[in-house]
Design a protein around this ligand. Structure first.
Ligand SMILES: [Zn+2]
Ligand SMILES: [Zn+2]
Length: 142
């Protein structure tokens, strides 16, 4: 063997992370989707938070993805992660998005307008009722 042994991916990943409110945030070299990544060899890149989870906690069962309970995609603190199915991950993101919301993206008061709940596959989707009516009207006008 020649030269120094390359440092394990986990070491290189953690060397880039900074602690903030309990999160271990990686702020450089992020993937376009905002996830941290760490290169292995010359061509391969691994998703940083999966490397951290598998190092500190356990292997991620096939088919599961990592939900960040801190909602920070670039956090690599494995205790902020929860392996879930894709459907559960989507459901949680949706819940987080609507949690404690008073107005929709267009500024309707949800308490007045109401919220429509629809089932879309495994996902329960909530839509502002005022937006929903407007969208329907546009569909008919088109
Ligand atoms: Zn975190
Ligand atoms: Zn609305």
């Amino acid at each position: 063997m020649k030269g120094p042994k390359p440092r394990p991916a986990i070491d290189r990943l953690l060397a880039k992370a900074v602690e903030e409110d309990g999160c271990w945030l990686v702020k450089s070299g992020l993937a376009p989707n905002g996830y941290s990544q760490v290169s292995v060899g010359s061509a391969r890149k691994l998703i940083g938070h999966r490397v951290a989870y598998e190092f500190f906690i356990s292997d991620i069962p096939p088919g599961l993805e990592i939900d960040h309970i801190c909602l920070r995609r670039n956090c690599v603190n494995p205790w902020h992660m929860d392996p879930v199915t894709h459907a559960e991950n989507m459901r949680r993101q949706h819940e987080a998005l609507w949690h404690g919301r008073k107005t929709c993206a267009r500024g309707h008061q949800l308490a007045d307008a109401g919220v429509i709940t629809k089932q879309s596959g495994a996902l329960t989707v909530r839509i502002c009722a005022a937006c929903y009516r407007e969208n329907n009207r546009k569909d008919r006008a088109a």
